[in-house]
Write a protein that binds this ligand. Sequence first.
Ligand code: PLP
Length: 223
Amino acid sequence: MSSIAERLHEIKSEIPQGVNLVAVSKFHPNEALMEAYNAGQRIFGESRVQEFLLKEESLPKDIRWHFIGHLQTNKVRKIIGRTALIESVDSMHLLNCIDEESARIGLVTAVLMQVHVAREETKFGFSPDELITYFKEKRFRDLNATHICGIMGMASNSDDLQLVKSDFEKIHEIFEKVKNICGDELAGFDTLSMGMSGDWPLAVAKGSNLIRIGTYIFGERVY
Ligand SMILES: *Cc1c(COP(=O)(O)O)cnc(C)c1O
């Protein structure tokens, strides 16, 4: 069996230039993260607040942590200032909460807006219409301490390649639309996060520049 380092190198050799890799380390122990770290990986993705905080405290300080899970507003305070990017902003309430908390402690938090296009009912995120309306109305002007850097999305969890492709296409379309609507006013809106272990080549083909890979690098998660 190949090692974490080998799989990491393999995937890095396959992704095109300009596409960044988040090593999704949720449910994996610090030793596994350190193996990836020692192989040069610096961006890690976590989805649960407690687990993230424990890892963030004990692992090297130059790791850039992406929070990728559903975030409850009552836990925002715990993670603000500790993330390089919160990829999973899935409600206006959460966005406002992040903004208030960031302003309160005097820093700017980078986020992605999560859009929901997949078939599954359980997935979090804004509907495409909600998101487009938010940007059309330029409501981001109300933010004081939050930088919206782009969009995160997931395709349906399906073997139907056409469905997965069309989901990624939809997410890409929303990303482009928002860029057109906002132009220079939303400087730095340049990140399109989509693609996981099972579908990342399709996502990259549809314009993704940030992929989130867990299982392929670290193996199956033990819940
Ligand atoms: C767990 C998770 C991933 C990684 O999924 P894999 O299939 O293990 O690569 C990516 N994105 C999000 C939002 C996740 O929760």
